[in-house]
Design a protein around this ligand. Structure first.
Ligand code: 5GP
Ligand code: ZN
Length: 115
């Protein structure tokens, strides 16, 4: 836990969030400013700042986040229609919260490449 990290505080429950899934490795909650009808953030319980600071020791956790996102999409019923998973990294990547997270977006058509 990083004491000044927003998502660590959400993971500990110090800051409220609308949780949609959790297990021993990760939790998922609704994004405060949704960019799609469904916009969920999947985060590890462990504080890792970004993909830029992730290492081979995080291999299992990273796979876990993606599989959790896929399960949430199936459970919420939009997997077959399709969805977008996004990991923003550092400034040019548009990262604003430096606790690694997977955006799970669904419920509308997405364009590629994203802006
Ligand atoms: P990033 O820009 O780092 O890829 O994504 C950070 C995301 O966190 C943004 O989509 C933003 O809307 C969301 N966010 C920022 N602060 C909060 C908060 O306090 N609660 C929740 N649920 N989401 C937040
Ligand atoms: Zn954190």
């Amino acid at each position: 836990m990083s004491s000044d990290c927003l998502f660590c505080k959400i993971a500990s429950g110090d800051i409220p969030s609308t949780r949609v899934y959790e297990d021993d490795v990760c939790l998922a909650f609704e994004d405060l400013h949704p960019q799609a009808p469904t916009h969920i953030l999947v985060i590890p319980r462990q504080h890792v700042a970004s993909m830029d600071t992730a290492g081979t020791e995080h291999k299992e956790m990273l796979g876990h986040l993606l599989l959790a996102a896929a399960k949430i999409a199936r459970d919420k019923g939009f997997a077959e229609d399709g969805y977008r998973t996004v990991i923003n990294t550092n400034g040019d990547g548009g990262q604003t919260v430096f606790h690694l997270h997977v955006h799970l977006l669904g419920g509308r058509q997405f364009v590629f490449p994203p802006g």
